[in-house]
Design a binder for this molecule. Sequence first.
Ligand code: MG
Ligand code: ZN
Length: 375
Amino acid sequence: MNRYTFVFQALLLVAWSISAMGTPGDSVKERPLNIILMIGDGMGVSQLSIPYYFSNHEPVFSRFKHIGLAGTSSATHPVTQSSAAATAISTGVKTYNPALGVGPDTLPRRNIVEIVSDLGYQTGVIATSSVTDATPAGFYAHVPDRYMHREIAMDLLESEIDFFAGGGLKYFIDTTGRDLFREHGMTVNFSKLQKIEDRDPELRYGFLLAMDRMPAMLEGRGDFLADASEIAMDFLSRKDSGFFLMVEGSQVDWAGHGNNTDYMITEMNDFEEAVKRVLEFAEQDGNTLVIVTADHETGGFTLAAAGDYQTGTDYGTIEPSFATTNHSAALVPVLAYGRGAENFAGFYENTDLFCKMVELLDPNQKASRLTVPAY
Ligand code: MG
Ligand code: ZN
């Protein structure tokens, strides 16, 4: 090595060290304007692998470059329910299993929808269950028990949510004949999904297309999830304020509870189609962060080889199977694409999803790592 090469290399080293240090207090360089959080309820890594073996296209999940794994335990149990998990992701607080939007003390905690609404963002939730089910409700409701559907429905009316789609109409019906939606400045379509053409800026929009849960894919739900996501993205992006949208593939979890492989495959492929449409929006838009994750794994689902290891494995045949009808404590995948996606690589708790998202949307938020005791 001659003297000049040495000096050149030393300069390179200095330049590298400076760039690696970054600017203190400015760890978030690329802020997204919008965040779309997609939750596959009960979607572990084996469920995420379904499109790799049970579809005939390049899996959309491979387009995500920043991958993490999140712990899901609740404040009280190693195995969480969807309610505590939704609360962890939406408020950054670990709580007891059936709690929804409240901490271990049953007192309400501010959720990401409330935080970013105060900053002028538009917000929405979409689910293939009732919109009052635990996962979507975690983003607007505050109740001590996830099964308080009527109270949860009233919380949606009173919430900051600008767009919602899913089932659950029966929880909003008023026996005295009052139109609760109109009273709360909402226009709700009960018959079919359609693009929202002329938006009244004072109105909020909803689609409630079933009395309770939406039909399963096997029952003919069609492209509801992908179409509703597209309608929401179109609607919420009309203001320049930015938006936060939560999209849930709710029934992946029910397929796991039911140990039903066909149900699982069809629900996962449907969720993947919704992810594809959302990614297409994000790729075009260039200002959107897409996060795909789960609240927990359900079913102890595997894609094991057929046969028996002692008597002869058939490596050529995948025989999907389940270890349980319950949720499991397995870490869940986190896939991130777009602005700020690099913040989601690594191992962390589900409460960190809240911190990371809020830090990205609120420039005044100073690394508010809440100290929440893990189980
Ligand atoms: Mg759910
Ligand atoms: Zn479940």
